[in-house]
Design a protein around this ligand. Structure first.
Ligand code: NI
Length: 211
């Protein structure tokens, strides 16, 4: 019985010392990242509506380094997102891939022994678009040579880490990214450029591991 009590005491001591967010710690989170664009643009061509872009979910990864017990530096990476692009009045006309790596400076509330660490972050997003293709509807409408310019913009985030034990945590976070692009294409022989905002919300649910 005495041994059991000692074991219990040791266990409660350990669980009291969560400490995954201490100066010098490095951790990795992996989970689902869903990009939900709040897309908008001017009229794509006379008589047509604006661009719309559907949601997409990919594997999201964050790499975080704790510079102090409260200040983190985080890099967001993901497998390429793939979106279907539509135009009001026409329907889906194209597909586009992109990668939106973001570098964030973060503030974690609480202290290194807290089990829950809510945080806020602000940083910079770079989005690279690739594999831009009109589908048969787009081609049938006489559209070709689609390309989207890369985007630099501000990103903001809120999130929370909940420590399961000293090494593992679960996380939920919400990001807003200012992503704007010029959509260039040809309609027949005529070149067009339509400035378009993607400005997505990104939802991430992940598990994290401390190294
Ligand atoms: Ni914007």
């Amino acid at each position: 019985m005495k041994k059991f009590a000692v074991a219990l005491l040791a266990l409660s001591c350990f669980s009291g010392v969560a400490a995954a967010h201490e100066a010098g710690e490095f951790f990795l989170r992996a989970g689902s990242a869903t990009v939900r664009p709040t897309a908008g643009s001017g009229s794509v061509l006379p008589g047509l509506g604006s661009f719309n872009v559907n949601n997409n979910t990919q594997l999201g990864l964050t790499f975080t380094y704790m510079a102090t017990d409260n200040v983190g530096i985080e890099l967001l990476a993901a497998t390429p997102f793939r979106h279907r692009v539509g135009v009001g009045g026409v329907g889906e006309i194209a597909t586009v891939n992109h990668l939106p790596p973001s570098l964030m400076a973060q503030w974690y509330f609480g202290n290194s022994s807290s089990k829950a660490r809510p945080y806020v972050g602000v940083g910079v997003n770079y989005t690279n678009f690739f594999n831009e293709k009109f589908n048969s509807t787009g081609k049938g409408a006489g559209l070709s040579d689609l390309s989207l310019s890369d985007s630099w913009g501000v990103a903001g985030q809120v999130g929370i880490d909940y420590l399961i034990n000293r090494d593992w945590l679960i996380n939920a976070s919400l990001w807003y990214m200012d992503i704007d692009t010029d959509v260039k294409f040809k309609a027949g022989e005529e070149r067009h450029s339509v400035s378009t905002r993607i400005d997505p919300w990104v939802f991430m649910f992940s598990a994290g591991y401390r190294f």
